[in-house]
Every structure is written in structure tokens, then in C-alpha cells.
Write a protein that binds this ligand. Structure first.
Ligand SMILES: *[C@@H]1O[C@H](CO)[C@@H](O)[C@H](O)[C@H]1NC(C)=O
Ligand SMILES: *[C@@H]1O[C@H](CO)[C@@H](O)[C@H](O)[C@H]1NC(C)=O
Ligand SMILES: *[C@@H]1O[C@H](CO)[C@@H](O)[C@H](O)[C@H]1NC(C)=O
Ligand SMILES: *[C@@H]1O[C@H](CO)[C@@H](O)[C@H](O)[C@H]1NC(C)=O
Length: 459
């Protein structure tokens, strides 16, 4: 595992920490002095009786002293982290009962229509003082050493209100991770300026502005420019995840780190072969390179080597040229390359891609489409289910990392309960009581994890 440096956000937060640390030291110095005094007296006694003074003075006394400081630091770090968690108003609803499928509680939650809105332009005001802005609920310290050593890169494409983007960001933000947010310029100045203002409060969020047209190559371009930015910005991340602004995590950052590690260098890109839409490229000659054409999800997790291949390999560029003449390229450009073992694409699946068959399961996102038999208690917008409160029990114990999608103002308790659970779990992670929420064996046994082109991350 590569060791990575922790990314500090701002000078003022460092000063703040130093001041708090000194205050705490003042308060505890007397306790330490007392303990040291007792140890010293005991050791005098021990030395006088056993003539073993060397050991006592060089090993035992320093280790007791350092032990006190270590537990002290760990405790104050936990305290500080717990204070960073956002406060969620549950409106008197017991979200755990909803996840457990309690019909009464679901009905109660569906009746709650209160929506906390923040106009996009208000983010300029809220971010004027970054110290206080970050205290709205961002984790500005790594939750655990394991996470700190395993930064993740995120590409997020946003299309709607900042108030919901902020809620997604709070859930996935960690100081060691890297974020590239693509703002579609057609969303208007307020969203654009507001997003720039939010990003300016963090050292690890960059803004990209590619105008995105539906079903066009610009969606792929937005991902590509963000990938390039993140690739250049930092070389410590092993995986890159693409998201949209109305998704929400089903797992905590620690869970996601463990899932990514268990992928053993394979990509998590969903794909189908039978149900691909041939009419999207049938008017073209077949590509000149041995690429396997599939259709798949436009949100995925890929390895750094895959990103490098996409950015620098000549065949990836050739395929991009071909892809630019097809429709809905965002559903087959990255996906086809990630299923083309003949091209030796890093992380690519070497088996036959058919999502939902032979244990080849999508683990990136939980979503329901208008042609799915069941599983949507919300409403369909452009064939995608906008999940409601009654959908939460079904997604409760999924192996998937994210959900697509929620509207913060449609059955608002749906997103609120997701947050409630997410932060309860984050709290457990802080306290070090994440007792195997995820089943590593499941991920290890996925066919695409077992059979893939190496990415340099295998172990
Ligand atoms: C910013 O907010 C913090 C925390 O609320 C406060 O301590 C600090 O004085 C503010 N800074 C400025 C420049 O107003
Ligand atoms: C892609 O297409 C452009 C313009 O059509 C051309 O200049 C370029 O050489 C092509 N690149 C590759 C790698 O085929
Ligand atoms: C973990 O996943 C494996 C493989 O899917 C399964 O056989 C096992 O029963 C699961 N363990 C638990 C505790 O759910
Ligand atoms: C990870 O992949 C490598 C190379 O394919 C393989 O040798 C190794 O056994 C895999 N590790 C696990 C735990 O599956």
C-alpha cells in the first residue's frame, strides 16, 4: 500500500487545531505530572530492590508517558470528528424502522413535506467565511488511518440545485480524497458561481465547466477533462468513481475503501451485451481495433491505470474518434474499453459481460428503470426512478455503493433517512466499531474481480 500525505484544507484550521491542542495540553499536564511522579517513585523503589534501573528508565517510563499522550490524542481526535458530523432533523421519524420495512413509520414519513431549500445564490454568502462554511457538516479530518492511506478520486456531474449537491458532497467529502465537479454552464450563473465558491473553501475540489448535451459526446468529454485534472493533481489515488449530483452513497467512505481494495485491481463497470442498442452505431464501419461493444452504466469505479490508458493510449483515442459519431456515447465509450481484454485495458473484465447473469452484478449503483418489473415506489422521470420513502427497505442491505437517484424535494424524508443512516454509520467508523458492515467475500468472488486484466493493484 502506498503511504499518502494528508491534505490540510486551510491555514486557519491548522491554527485552530494548534490552539485547541495547547489548551488541552495545559489541562492535562497536571495529570501527566502526577502519573510521572508516581511512576518515578515506584521505579525508585523497583530499582532499589532489583537493580534493574536501566530498563525502567529507558523503556517503561517513556512508554507509559507516550501511552498517555497517544490515548489523549486519539480521544480528542474522535471528539473533534464527532463534532464535524452534520445534524440531521429527522422530523420525529425513526429512520431505522423505515429501513426495516415498518409500514406505519413509512406512511408517517411520506406525509412529511417540509423541505429545507437554499437558493443557489445564497452559497456565495455562506462561503464568505470558509471556516464557518466547512462547519456545516464536512469531515475535514480523515475518519481513520485506513481511509487516510487510501484516497479516492471522484468525478461528479451536476445538473440541478446546489442545496442537494451540498448534501451529497457532505456525505462523500474527506480531506484525503479528490473531487472534480463538472458544472454544466447551461445551469446558469448562480449555480456556477455558487459551486466555485464552495470549491474555494477546499484544497481538493476542482471545478470543470464542460457544456453537457444529452446523448452527446460532451458527456464523455466532461468525464475525460475531469479525469485529466485529477490524474495530474494527485498520484496517490488508486480508484476513480463517477457520480451524478442526485446520487447518494449507500456506504460510508471506510466501506467504499474496503470494497475498492477487495476489487483487487478490477474495474466496476456494469455492462450488457444482449440488450445493447445496435442502432446507436450500426451506421458506422466496425472499429479498427478489437474492442468489444457493450452498453453499460455511465457511473462506475475504475482504476488509475484504466484512467491512464484512457488518457494516453493511442487506441483509446482512435476509439474515441469512432465513438464521437455514435449516439449516447456515455453508455459505451468507457464501458466497451473496460470489457476489451484483447486491448489489454487495465482492469477490464475477461469474461462475457452480461449484467445480472452468472454473478456478474453491478455494484456501483442501485437504480430502477421504467422497464424494470418492480421496485419503484417513487416516480419515474425520463425512465429513471426517483426513489421515495417506501423504496428504502429494498435498498437497505445492498452490496451496491451508491443509489441513483433522489430529489431532495420529492418525499423529502427519503433522502433525509439516507443521511440519518449514513452519519450514524460514519459515527461508528469514527468510534472504530464498524463491525463488518460489508461482506468482503462477496466482492472478492465477483466474476469480474476474479477474471480481469491486471491494473498493478492486485494482491
Ligand atoms: C470565520 O468564522 C469563524 C468561526 O465561526 C470565526 O472564528 C472567525 O472569526 C471568522 N473569520 C472572519 C474573518 O470573520
Ligand atoms: C481523430 O480524428 C481527428 C480528426 O478527425 C484526427 O485528426 C486524429 O488524427 C484522429 N486520431 C486518431 C488517434 O485516430
Ligand atoms: C458473504 O458473501 C458470501 C459470497 O457471496 C456468502 O457465501 C456468505 O454467506 C456471505 N456472508 C455473510 C455473513 O453474509
Ligand atoms: C488478485 O489478482 C491477482 C492477479 O490476478 C491474483 O493472483 C490474486 O490471487 C488475486 N487476489 C485475491 C485475493 O483474489
Amino acid at each position: 500500500m502506498r503511504k499518502t500525505k494528508h491534505v490540510e484544507c486551510h491555514i486557519d484550521s491548522i491554527e485552530l487545531r494548534t490552539a485547541e491542542f495547547c489548551k488541552r495540553m495545559d489541562a492535562r499536564i497536571s495529570i501527566i505530572a502526577f502519573v510521572v511522579g508516581v511512576v518515578f517513585m515506584l521505579s525508585l523503589f523497583y530499582m532499589s530492590t532489583l537493580e534493574n534501573g536501566g530498563l525502567v528508565m529507558t523503556k517503561i517510563v517513556p512508554s507509559i508517558y507516550l501511552g498517555i499522550i497517544d490515548t489523549d490524542r486519539a480521544e480528542s481526535r474522535r471528539e473533534e470528528l464527532l463534532n464535524m458530523l452534520p445534524r440531521i432533523n429527522r422530523h420525529g421519524v425513526d429512520c431505522w424502522r423505515i429501513f426495516a420495512g415498518d409500514g406505519e413509520e413509512i406512511k408517517k414519513a411520506q406525509k412529511i413535506t417540509f423541505v429545507q431549500t437554499i437558493p443557489d445564490r445564497d452559497f456565495l454568502r455562506l462561503t464568505r467565511n470558509c471556516t464557518s462554511y466547512r462547519r456545516r457538516g464536512y469531515m475535514t479530518k480523515p475518519v481513520s488511518d485506513e481511509e487516510e492511506r487510501y484516497p479516492i478520486a471522484y468525478v461528479v456531474q451536476i445538473y440541478k440545485d446546489l442545496v442537494q449537491i451540498e448534501r451529497l458532497l457532505m456525505a462523500i467529502y474527506r480531506p484525503q480524497n479528490w473531487y472534480c465537479i463538472n458544472v454544466d454552464l447551461s445551469m446558469g450563473e448562480n449555480v456556477h458561481l455558487g459551486m466555485i465558491a464552495i470549491a474555494s473553501c477546499f484544497d481538493n475540489i476542482v471545478i470543470n465547466s464542460v457544456d453537457v448535451a444529452w446523448a452527446k459526446m460532451s458527456q464523455v468529454e466532461a468525464d475525460l477533462t475531469c479525469m485529466q485534472l485529477l490524474y495530474n493533481k494527485n498520484k496517490d489515488w488508486n480508484y476513480l468513481i463517477t457520480l451524478a449530483g442526485q446520487m447518494f452513497p449507500l456506504k460510508t467512505n471506510l466501506d467504499i475503501v474496503r470494497i475498492l481494495k477487495s476489487l483487487n485491481g478490477s474495474n466496476a463497470v456494469a455492462a450488457v451485451t444482449k440488450r445493447r442498442n445496435l442502432e446507436r452505431w450500426n451506421h458506422l464501419p466496425t472499429p479498427s481495433i478489437p474492442v468489444r461493444l457493450v452498453k453499460g452504466g455511465c457511473h462506475f469505479a475504475v482504476t488509475r491505470c484504466f484512467v491512464q490508458y484512457i488518457l494516453f493510449d493511442k487506441r483509446a483515442q482512435q476509439f474515441k474518434n469512432w465513438t464521437s459519431k455514435t449516439s449516447f456515447p456515455d453508455e459505451h465509450y468507457f464501458q466497451s474499453l473496460s470489457h476489451s481484454p484483447k486491448l489489454q485495458v487495465p482492469g477490464a473484465y475477461t469474461g462475457w459481460p452480461e449484467n445480472g447473469e452468472n454473478g456478474y452484478e453491478e455494484i456501483m449503483r442501485y437504480a430502477k428503470w421504467c422497464y424494470d418489473e418492480s421496485g419503484c415506489h417513487g416516480k419515474f422521470v425520463r425512465c429513471v426512478c426517483i426513489f421515495g420513502v417506501a423504496d428504502l427497505p429494498r435498498m437497505a442491505n445492498r452490496h451496491k455503493m451508491f443509489v441513483n437517484k433522489f430529489y431532495y424535494d420529492y418525499e423529502p424524508m427519503a433522502l433525509t433517512c439516507m443521511e440519518q443512516r449514513h452519519y450514524q454509520w460514519t459515527r461508528q467508523d469514527i468510534l472504530g466499531i464498524n463491525d463488518d458492515r460489508i461482506n468482503i467475500t462477496f466482492y472478492r468472488n465477483l466474476p469480474n474481480v476474479k477474471h480481469h486484466i491486471p491494473s498493478g493493484l492486485e494482491n
